[in-house]
Design a protein around this ligand. Sequence first.
Ligand SMILES: [Cu+2]
Length: 155
Amino acid sequence: MNTNALVRMDGREPMSMLRAPEFRLATGILALLMLAATLAACGARGISDANTASGEEKATLTLAVDPDPPVANQEARLTIQVRDASGKGVPGTNVEVVAEHAGMNMGKLTGVATDVGGGTYTTTITPTMAGTWKVRVTVDVNGKTQQATFELQVK
Ligand SMILES: [Cu+2]
């Protein structure tokens, strides 16, 4: 005799009520596992691009950090490349950078990156704590505001 089957067949607690929370729990665990896998993948590369723009006019934003990985309480240089849909660098745009420690309310570091020509922009960041930092870059290309969020794994 199967005890699990006996519990489920007990008329006082409908099967659907027993199963629904289990299903939600399993889905939550799956989501957490997928997030963990994504973060691990980012850690290997240091940076993950999540450009939110789409379509033919989409600009490509890339971010490089030096040193890689950045170190807590040490200045790191961020180099941002802005390229148009044809791959050409886009100079002369406003590049806003906002950085914050993921999952923590410890303030935001904000600034405007300096245009050094050819679609390259630089700024510096001094992350005050080790862990995952989210760096949101906002640019205006052809009158369209585009954003990309990168993750930095700070040591
Ligand atoms: Cu923090």
